[in-house]
Design a protein around this ligand. Structure first.
Ligand SMILES: [Zn+2]
Length: 275
């Protein structure tokens, strides 16, 4: 499979949560997931959904619909906790529960992929690869290969490679002054100026590796109530970024498809990828 114009787009299926405002108006996850499924169907693309275990238990009908539409199901931890909060033993239990919750709805699913919440797989938590390999997982897409105020693994490198028996697909970064920006992921996908966004995709088209990125259901929730999040109290200027550009997410994805980018299920891509 050629990496030319390959966008390994994925969806991290999780709820938008806030510790400061437990009750605020937001669109049900089932509706947002349906809008994403509608877009993918219209585009004729299949992709990978990294699903949180508690979401799989709360919305079995959504999990069944994703599977029926031909998309890949993968794990995103059971409760959306970052890897630094686990011991290896706790992580193993959590991941087993996450996978079992998906298989409870779709026993036929082949679940071989994982993404760490907030891209929290770093040098310090790289023991996670041993747990993943031990449980029969084949790949992970959990590393932000740059310095970041949250999590990042600057020395990882930007190419897909195997580590302790697991293929890691790091999130793609921009070029030049944007070399630490994951332009195809979440907030960046919808907030970067359109010119930058398209420039980075055009440049990446000429590189041998695929582009790896994602969005969440809430990245398209234009109906959600605006709340100030306690988690943002140390950097209140970042709060608006949780909301900006949500109207842009699907149009931008559609624009990429119109520009010749092709999405793939991660497992399918890796089955033929020869770095
Ligand atoms: Zn997540």
């Amino acid at each position: 499979m050629s990496a030319q114009a390959t966008f390994l787009f994925s969806i991290d299926l999780e709820e938008f949560e806030s510790h400061s405002s437990r009750y605020f108006r937001k669109t049900p996850l089932s509706q947002l997931a349906q809008l994403l499924l509608d877009f993918l169907k219209e585009a004729g693309m299949t992709t990978t959904f990294f699903v949180v275990g508690k979401v799989a238990r709360a919305y079995p009908e959504v999990i069944a619909a994703i599977f029926r539409a031909g998309h890949e199901l993968a794990c995103h931890t059971d409760q959306h906790n970052t890897l630094n909060s686990f011991t290896p033993k706790e992580f193993r239990k959590d991941l087993e529960r996450n996978r079992a919750s998906l298989l409870a709805t779709v026993p036929a699913a082949d679940i071989t992929g994982f993404r760490a919440p907030l891209l929290s797989l770093t040098l310090q938590t790289s023991w996670a690869y041993e747990v993943l390999a031990d449980l029969g997982f084949k790949y992970s897409s959990s590393v932000l290969p740059a310095s970041s105020p949250l999590f990042g693994w600057p020395g990882f490198g930007t190419s897909i490679h195997q580590i302790k028996g697991i293929q890691e697909l790091p999130i793609t970064l921009g070029t030049g002054i944007r070399r630490s920006l994951p332009f195809a992921a979440g907030t960046y996908l919808r907030c970067l100026p359109k010119k930058w966004f398209l420039e980075e995709f055009e440049r990446a088209k000429r590189r041998p590796s695929p582009i790896v990125g994602y969005c969440h259901p809430y990245d398209i929730d234009i109906w959600q109530q605006y709340v100030i999040h306690k988690e943002m109290s140390r950097r209140p200027y970042l709060n608006p970024f949780l909301y900006w550009g949500r109207r842009q997410t699907i149009p931008r994805l559609r624009m990429l498809v119109e520009n010749g980018f092709v999405f793939h299920r991660y497992a399918d891509f890796l089955a033929t990828w020869r770095g």
